[in-house]
Design a protein around this ligand. Structure first.
Ligand code: UD1
Length: 418
């Protein structure tokens, strides 16, 4: 098993380029199922989760051609399958995103329940409710889900919570439905807008993505398109925290600063200087860092995918810091690992109270999930001695060339075979 070793590092300095967004590229790849012509994708990050999605597509008869450097040509003209192999579905929750497109194009889909990071129960009831509202018959049986529909029909669908995945799945299915679909209380994440932009290039008739009401006028078929994925706002936020926590000065390139407003605001509250200029954001840390509070919320609120990284930052913000997690019910598993490193953190229900300003110590810790892994790297950068991080396959699911990017900024980090 591989490990990442992180030594207490100097202040991070320099520039880092952000990759295409994992959470935009995954639904966009799933959406390729809806088209019957060549689709040219760019800025697809080189990640384990993306490889899983490409395998899912191939298993369904979709042609996938890599052109290197994150460019792919995808063609789903000869789509033939409607079942995702169990080992692919169990590896990644996002595999479930092909269900909507399969239902729309094949009229049926049969799969096991999805896997993914253990950060809560993560049900799929909103997805299924959406498929049913579009006229599909949905059957659940011992961990397997089947959905059938000769022809999906547009409908009005209210989501009890603005779920990102459910909004995407329903939006994709509705593209080929007969008539109009209205998704109410839809998720507003930038990745939804990117998916909508891509689908529109393919010929879909979608309005309102990025707001709570998304309208989809079904069409008979979708064609090819050319699209580059938006930059990853979570990766950008992670490197911005890296600059702040190490007292450094980092220019983060290839970002859309509107997408990271909560990160910019919170780093400024901590006392950092943050300068936005076109597609770059520069973070210059100040010493000492001031304590901060965060509360995770659906977009445009503070992203749950940066909560763990900010808890690492809070350990260095002198005073009492509070992080409230409202999106997932079990997303504090990194806290026990940070406590092993000397952090003073108490969990009270959905709140973590962090007494910041303590020197951390390198320790043997494990990446309990994808973002927790990134948080532990950040903590390792400011800990005394060496931090040995195991179960790093989680990190490879969502961060492209992470040690190279950190090393480029001066971090003392390396990957090692056990
Ligand atoms: C996506 C992101 C993930 C991010 C999350 C929230 C991808 C591939 N993953 O995950 O990185 O952390 O958004 O921003 O884009 N829920 C239900 N029933 C459902 C669906 C969701 O109860 O049918 C609940 C979940 O348990 C969770 C909340 O809704 O508590 C938000 O989940 P959702 O927005 O669906 O997250 P994902 O799409 O899984």
């Amino acid at each position: 098993m591989e490990k990442i070793l992180i030594k207490g590092s100097p202040k991070l300095e320099g520039r880092v380029r952000i990759s295409g967004a994992k959470n935009a590229a995954l639904p966009i790849l799933a959406a390729c199922i809806l088209g019957t012509e060549d689709i040219y994708l760019e800025e697809v990050p080189d990640l384990a989760d993306i490889q899983v999605m490409l395998e899912v597509l191939k298993s369904l008869g979709v042609k996938v051609k890599s052109q290197g450097e994150g460019r792919y040509i995808i063609n789903a003209k000869d789509l033939s399958g409607y079942q995702i192999p169990y080992e692919l579905m169990s590896k990644m929750r996002a595999s479930f995103l092909v269900m909507g497109p399969l239902l729309a194009r094949m009229g049926r889909t049969e799969n096991s329940l999805p896997g993914g990071c253990s950060i809560g129960s993560r049900p799929i009831d909103y997805h299924l409710k959406g498929f049913k509202a579009l006229g599909a018959t949905v059957e659940e049986d011992f961990g397997n889900i089947s959905a059938y529909a000769d022809q999906l029909r547009g409908n009005r669908i209210y989501l009890d919570f603005p779920s990102v995945g459910a909004t995407e799945n329903i939006m994709m299915a509705a593209c080929l439905a007969q008539g109009e679909t209205l998704i109410e209380n839809a998720a507003k994440e930038p990745e939804i807008v990117d998916l909508s932009n891509f689908l529109r290039k393919m010929g879909a008739r979608i309005t309102g993505a990025g707001t709570s009401n998304i309208k989809i006028e079904g069409v008979k078929e979708l064609a090819g398109a050319r699209h580059a994925t938006i930059p990853d706002r979570i990766e950008a936020g992670t490197f911005m925290v890296a600059a702040a926590i190490t007292g450094g000065d980092v220019l983060v390139e290839n970002v859309i600063s509107n997408h990271i407003s909560p990160v910019i605001a919170k780093l400024k509250e901590a006392g950092c200087q943050v300068t936005e200029d076109g597609s770059t954001v520069r973070v210059q840390a100040q010493d000492p860092l001031r304590p901060i509070d965060i509360k995770t919320l659906p977009y445009p609120g503070f992203p749950t995918d940066l909560q763990a990284q900010f808890i690492s930052l809070m350990t260095q913000c002198k005073g009492t810091n509070v992080a409230i997690e409202t999106v997932f019910e079990n997303r504090f598993m990194h806290v026990d690992e940070l406590i092993k490193m000397g952090a003073e953190i108490k969990i009270d229900g959905r709140s973590a109270i962090v007494t910041g300003g303590k020197k951390l110590q390198g320790a043997k810790v494990k990446a309990t999930d994808l973002r927790a892994g990134a948080a532990l790297i950040l903590a390792g950068l400011v800990a005394e001695g060496t931090t040995e991080l195991s179960e790093i396959y989680h990190i490879d699911r969502g961060y492209e060339h992470i040690e190279d990017k950190f090393r480029g900024l001066g971090a003392l980090i390396e990957r090692q075979e056990d």
